[in-house]
Design a protein around this ligand. Structure first.
Ligand SMILES: NC(=O)c1ccc[n+]([C@@H]2O[C@H](COP(=O)([O-])OP(=O)(O)OC[C@H]3O[C@@H](n4cnc5c(N)ncnc54)[C@H](OP(=O)(O)O)[C@@H]3O)[C@@H](O)[C@H]2O)c1
Length: 291
């Protein structure tokens, strides 16, 4: 298969590129393909003839989307709609990503693909609009994958660290810390996600539509941080703090764990988040691991 990968420097993009695969993957940098420039991806699609376009690019700085809602819609909705149209015209499958933040957090069990969406802030609203735009524009060509709480090896370092790296760095400078216990999430390792994405693309029974792909299980950010420190035997006085999902005036969902029901039906299952975290720490922090 010819795969055009957008966002190769990101956490997920670099995990996809690192996968051993027989597919031909073309991963232009942002200077060559910018999802805000129709001309750039139409040209690359015409030259490379991809069977699948995998778009990992997004404007996903959540607080900044409150400040720049027009930009959030330009990148997360309009560009996704235009890309979906270009894929439909070229008879190419579009795989694009979305977020657990399309949900409102009223549930207490993992959200399924067809559960009611109710985003609470501009970020989630712009991502939901992007999902709807892709599916309305190219219903036979668009696959939307919702995921949650990503951490990965290479993209993380190029962006000054992901959640896991940041907690490990925090522990170097502080022996006490507070961490939110108000949000329940499904933290996901991008190497596991990358493998699942490729399995999904390759699956003969794949039909367009929305899929959830996250590591199994759920936890609060407090519990996730506890697990990081336990596995690395880092001694920090870690205290849970309940902010009721609020970041200033902005609301985050109190519960946004996802259930991978459709991928599971196709036999695609990601490991539990604890196993994924252990693997990530094994690779990146081998020298610090508790024996
Ligand atoms: N990170 C999370 O916790 C999380 C949670 C739920 C869903 N998701 C979604 O999962 C997907 C992958 O996330 P990630 O963490 O891998 O993202 P990431 O590390 O921020 O990487 C994003 C990639 O997209 C590129 N990009 C950004 N804007 C672009 C544009 N206008 N044109 C072309 N490329 C552009 C970036 O390039 P530069 O290096 O040049 O910036 C980077 O390579 C995204 O859709 C994200 O919203 C992420």
């Amino acid at each position: 298969m010819n795969i055009l990968l957008i966002g190769k420097t990101g956490q997920l993009g670099s995990s996809i590129l690192a996968e051993q695969t027989t597919h031909r993957i073309y991963a232009p940098d942002r200077a060559e393909l910018d999802i805000e420039s129709k001309e750039s991806y139409e040209r690359v699609i015409a030259e490379f003839h991809p069977d699948v376009v995998v778009n990992t690019a997004a404007f996903h700085n959540v607080p900044q989307c409150e400040v720049e809602p027009l930009r959030a819609f330009a990148v997360n909705c309009q560009s996704v709609r235009d890309l979906a149209l270009a894929c439909k015209k070229a008879d190419t499958l579009l795989v694009t990503f979305s977020t657990d933040y399309v949900f409102g957090g009223e549930r207490k069990t993992p959200y399924r693909e067809d559960d009611r969406t109710r985003p609470l802030q501009m970020y989630g609203i712009s991502r939901l609009a992007g999902e709807l735009s892709a599916l309305a524009t190219a219903p036979q060509h668009a696959v939307v994958i919702r995921t949650c709480g990503l951490y990965g090896l290479s993209g993380a370092s190029s962006k000054g660290g992901n959640f896991v790296d940041k907690r490990i760095a925090d522990a170097q400078s502080s022996s006490e810390m507070e961490m939110g216990c108000d949000q329940v999430v499904s933290p996901t390792y991008t190497d596991d996600l990358a493998q699942a994405v490729l399995k999904l693309i390759e699956h003969p029974q794949l039909v367009p539509g929305i899929y959830h792909l996250v590591n199994e299980g759920e936890c609060t950010w407090f519990e996730f941080t506890q697990a990081i420190y336990e596995l690395l035997n880092i001694n920090v006085d870690l205290r849970p703090v309940d902010r009721g999902g609020m970041s200033g005036e902005m609301r985050r969902p109190l519960y946004s764990a996802l259930a991978n029901t459709k991928a599971r039906d196709l036999g695609i299952l990601l490991p539990h988040w604890r196993d994924a975290l252990q693997l990530y720490l094994n690779i990146k922090y081998r020298d610090k691991l508790v024996k």
